[in-house]
Design a protein around this ligand. Structure first.
Ligand SMILES: Nc1nc2c(ncn2[C@@H]2O[C@H](COP(=O)(O)OP(=O)(O)OP(=O)(O)O)[C@@H](O)[C@H]2O)c(=O)[nH]1
Ligand SMILES: [Mg+2]
Length: 343
């Protein structure tokens, strides 16, 4: 005979299981099947693509800052090391760390200070639309990305429905002329160099400029490529001065702009190069290249802080579309946003 206690215990167990089963069934029937969920719950772009997109540009620029930002460190010595190591340069670094120990939030402080430093670094208007043709010389040291940038600029201006002509005045190497000519063909932009690329090696670049500007008089924009040169080579710097004089003879008032291409991965060297070129030529703007390869993001801050020459464009790759007008606030925002996924 089953005792009354065992009977009640079994009855309670069966009852609990039955109620649990009914509740589970009820809950299941109230759930919306996955297929009919509103689409806002679903990612429109696969997560891998989002990560690729957000880490594509300037991805590594601030990685060395992350431990200090995370710990909200106000240690001046540590910040000094990190900022110098990020190519901020000694002068800017000492300004930046001056009051970091009295700041509530070092990250916010640095972000605001860096935005401030770049104030005035953008050019406010499309000056190239004010006169026709508008002649832009592209200068800089060897290998910084001048020729690649010319193709990108030609593509950019063409997209704005401006008529562009490119003058290949880098007559130092035959290959340089061919490189530019190929680039121009690819994007369907008229190209000029003296007597065709095959005879141009060793030709006087000033003569190329003179004839090129005459040829492209009906254009809106004329871009002039020059050969790379070290800022301390006096004769080569004088060659640029001569090209500038000859340009004015061929087309009064030109060149309207002289933009120096600087490799943003070069740090302090970019400042020295920029200073020399500016003293000789009177630069009207900078184009920063190789921003996609930044592992130490300070160069642009240092360059603008020291030279106060506007940064017109930035290039972040080798394709003709890898160029955009420089916007200081966006640049700083993007730098600081990028550290988020790793922090
Ligand atoms: N990753 C990256 N590479 C670039 C960028 N701009 C240029 N390059 C590369 O840098 C190298 C040099 O580019 P060029 O355009 O030939 O440089 P340059 O200043 O004309 O060189 P010289 O005429 O020899 O003085 C090439 O391999 C380019 O593809 C950029 O924004 N990002
Ligand atoms: Mg070149």
């Amino acid at each position: 005979m089953m005792s009354i206690e065992i009977f009640f215990a079994l009855f309670a167990l069966v009852l609990t299981i039955a109620v649990g089963f009914v509740l589970w069934k009820l809950k299941k029937s109230m759930q919306v099947p996955p297929a009919s969920r509103p689409s806002t719950f679903q990612l429109e772009v696969p997560i891998e693509e989002i990560e690729t997109a957000s880490t594509k540009r300037f991805a590594k620029a601030l990685t060395s800052w992350i431990p200090l930002l995370k710990s909200k460190s106000k240690d001046k010595q540590k910040w000094e090391e990190v900022l110098i190591g990020s190519d901020m340069g000694p002068r800017l670094t000492s300004e930046l760390i001056k009051q970091i120990d009295s700041e509530e939030n070092p990250e916010l402080y640095l972000k605001n200070r860096l935005e401030n430093i770049l104030q005035g670094s953008e050019r406010s208007s499309d000056s190239w639309k004010t006169k026709k043709p508008w002649v832009i010389f592209i200068v800089g040291v060897n290998g910084v990305g001048k020729t690649t940038t010319i193709v990108k600029l030609a593509h950019y201006f063409k997209k704005q429905s401006l008529k562009v002509g490119v003058v290949g005045a880098d007559t130092f190497r035959k290959a340089a002329v061919e490189q530019l000519e190929r680039g121009c063909q690819r994007i369907d932009i008229p190209f000029f160099t003296l007597k065709g690329a095959e005879n141009s090696e060793g030709a006087d670049p000033s003569a190329v400029v003179f004839d090129g500007l005459k040829k492209f008089q009906a254009m809106d924009i004329i871009l002039v490529d020059t050969s790379g040169r070290l800022h301390n080579k006096k004769n080569l710097m004088e060659e640029l001065l001569k090209m500038k004089r000859v340009s004015a003879k061929s087309l009064e008032g030109s060149p309207h702009d002289i933009w120096m291409v600087i490799d943003a991965t070069l740090g302090q060297n970019a400042v020295q190069q920029g200073r020399s070129f500016h003293e000789t030529l009177g630069l009207t703007g900078l184009v920063a290249t190789k921003m996609d390869g930044l592992s130490r993001g300070g160069t642009l801050f240092q360059v603008y802080h020291e030279l106060k020459i506007p940064i017109i464009f930035m290039g972040f790759g080798e394709k003709e579309s890898d160029l955009e007008e420089f916007r200081a606030k966006n640049f700083v925002e993007e730098l600081f946003d990028l550290k988020a996924p790793n922090s």
